[in-house]
Design a protein around this ligand. Structure first.
Ligand code: ADP
Ligand code: ZN
Ligand code: MG
Length: 581
């Protein structure tokens, strides 16, 4: 688990460096949430990646010099996949083989190349944005796209560029498919929808021609929307399939890429796709000019859950005594689909009682039944929730009290698909990023902020109750401290650059293998300095939190309750006028 993700050392700078062609080598290690970077000038760095490894890949595609990118995610994913299914693997290969043989005959006799995408008649598209709740941010971006479809000429005249492809990303059941339907309903244009698995469904050799056919049809009906649901079924990283890649799927994907490149910028065809596995998508799909816009659909927060419940309560007889607000409180971690399911189950219990209104009792019965099977998923364990809240507020409060630290953006304890239980995001000051000059004070404040989570846990729960949740925080602390000492001469070890040309070892490997070019005594001095910096920083974080102890409690309570807080609310309640910078 990985709660607490303090700011990223020169992350934005990394992106611009990649684009400017200053980077020679990238090794993405998503599992450790790190990227190893080797610059053209021979220097190297180990930089944490948080949620934006796709951004790095995209930047790499746009780099002005060719650079090598190694993504160790694919290998890991494959290894664990193969391990997990074991015998099942043999079974799948067997079936594929059988189908491959029979398809040769089928293809000859039947017109299987035709796209099965359905064009929905307009009156059938009854979903509207008002039917999708709790996803305000995503909806706003999508409304803009709808307005383009309705008045394309006007916008084109104004010089607006339509996005070509939009990718809806988020956990299952959060309403991605529903949102796509709502767009179709609002836009009143033809809507071609297909699940990516249908491309490659039954017979081999038809995927690519189905794609071709689909795009041909769509072009005739422009303006229109093509929606490809669950695009990961065809869009997985090429060459990562079972047994060295799946030809059929890759051909389909290649055809899709070709078609996307083939239609013009403002042709009025908008491609929309949804996935809950953006991490496995082939990077060619997300490069500029293809799915170049990503909209994140997240699990609803408490208010979102109330709104979603309200949408689904419209068509169900719910007793007056039921407070949707209270139901929302009890359902942290539920997706929209889970909430709808909850009301369905409640209705079943209601029917069993032979009454015709859903009451609190029925909802509680349904809740019990549903959460039994998803104990892990729902973050209902209030102790854990409280701990994570304190941890995150710890990061944020320390940041708000450190004049040199990055500004806070958002604090949340909503669980995410990638196993992150909570995080605090920051808005690095653009002046700092642009100048490319990093001061000692700035780096040091990052260390203090990174320790804010652990400091809050220690202060509130005691030294015995601290958790492994700060693991990634601590890694950041050691990396930053080490950079300060060995590269920038920011320590008592003096004004020496120990990370020199002759000694360009990746920081990451360096740490892992303990193999370095330093003498043994220098190494132990470095270790000593790292510990010293960390200890000082920890003391500072503790001091800062102690000075705002009441606010710490209040904010943690509120975060448990609301699950997300934006910077403004946070600073107001922390009694901090404005975060100094
Ligand atoms: P996804 O495509 O993200 O997996 P779906 O759109 O298929 O999720 O959601 C399944 C059902 O759950 C929807 O048809 C709807 O009834 C309900 N649902 C999910 N999210 C929402 C939401 N944000 N607002 C209202 N209903 C929702
Ligand atoms: Zn943390
Ligand atoms: Mg879906």
């Amino acid at each position: 688990m990985n709660f607490g993700t303090p700011p990223i050392p020169s992350y934005s700078k990394l992106l611009s460096d990649i684009e400017a062609g200053n980077v020679k080598n990238l090794v993405l290690i998503p599992k450790r949430r790190q990227v190893e970077v080797e610059f053209l000038d021979g220097s190297a760095a180990l930089i944490p990646i948080f949620y934006n490894d796709q951004k790095i890949l995209r930047a790499a595609e746009g780099s002005s010099t060719p650079l090598s990118v190694k993504d160790v995610r694919g290998e890991e994913a494959l290894a664990s996949f193969a391990g997990a299914i074991g015998l099942g693997l043999v079974f799948i290969i067997g079936i594929t083989f059988l189908i491959k043989r029979s398809v040769k005959i089928a293809n000859k006799t039947l017109g299987f190349g035709k796209s099965q995408a359905r064009i929905k008649p307009i009156e059938e598209l009854q979903v509207r944005f008002e039917d999708v709740a709790g996803v305000a941010e995503a909806a706003e971006e999508l409304i803009e796209i709808v307005s383009f479809l309705k008045k394309p000429d006007k916008l084109i005249k104004l010089g607006a560029k339509t996005p070509k492809g939009i990718l809806l990303v988020g956990p299952p059941g959060t309403g991605k498919t529903l949102l796509a339907k709502a767009i179709a309903g609002e836009a009143e244009v033809p809507f071609f929808s297909i699940a990516a698995s249908e491309f490659v469904e039954l017979f081999v050799g038809v995927g690519a021609s189905r794609v071709r056919d689909l795009f041909a049809k769509a072009k005739q009906k422009s303006p229109c929307i093509i929606f490809i649901d669950e695009i990961d079924a065809v869009g997985r990283q090429r060459g990562a399939g079972i047994g060295g890649g799946n030809d059929e799927r890759e051909q389909t994907l290649n055809q899709l890429l070709t078609e996307m490149d083939g239609f013009a910028e403002n042709s009025g065809v908008i491609l929309l796709a949804a996935t809950n596995r953006a991490d496995v998508l082939d990077s060619a799909l997300t490069r500029p000019g293809r799915f170049d816009r990503e909209i994140y659909v997240s699990l609803p927060d408490r208010k979102g859950r109330k709104d979603i419940l309200a949408v689904h309560a419209r068509s169900r007889p719910i007793a007056k005594e039921v407070s949707l607000k209270d139901v929302a409180l009890k359902t942290a971690g539920f997706s929209g689909a889970d909430l709808e399911n909850l009301l369905n189950e409640s209705a079943i219990f209601t029917a069993r009682d032979s009454v015709n209104e859903i009451t609190n009792k029925h909802i509680d019965q349904a809740l019990e039944r549903l959460t039994m099977g998803m104990a892990k998923k729902a973050l209902n364990d209030s102790t854990q929730k409280r701990l994570i809240a304190y941890h995150e507020v710890g990061h944020a409060l320390v940041a708000a009290l450190s004049p040199m630290a990055d500004k806070i953006d958002k604090i949340t304890i909503l669980p995410r698909i990638n196993g992150v239980a909570g995080y605090t995001s920051f808005k690095p000051d653009s002046d700092v990023v642009d100048s490319g000059l990093i001061t000692k004070g700035y780096l040091y404040s990052k260390i203090v902020v990174a320790l804010g989570g652990r400091a809050a846990e220690t202060l509130v729960f005691g030294p015995e109750e601290i958790t492994q949740g700060a693991e990634s925080d601590l890694q950041i602390v050691s990396n930053l401290a080490k950079e300060m000492i060995t590269k920038f001469g920011f320590s008592e070890l003096g004004y020496v650059a120990l990370e020199s040309e002759e000694n360009k070892v990746f920081l990451g490997r360096n740490l892992l293998q303990r193999k370095s070019g330093y003498s043994e005594s220098t190494t132990s001095q470095i270790d000593y300095e790292i510990r010293k910096i960390a200890k000082e920083a920890m003391n500072e974080a503790m001091q800062k939190l102690k000075s705002k102890r009441d606010e710490l409690d209040e904010l943690a309570d509120l975060l448990v309750d609301r699950e997300t807080l934006n910077a403004e609310e946070f600073l107001r309640l922390a009694n901090i006028e404005k975060q100094a910078l």
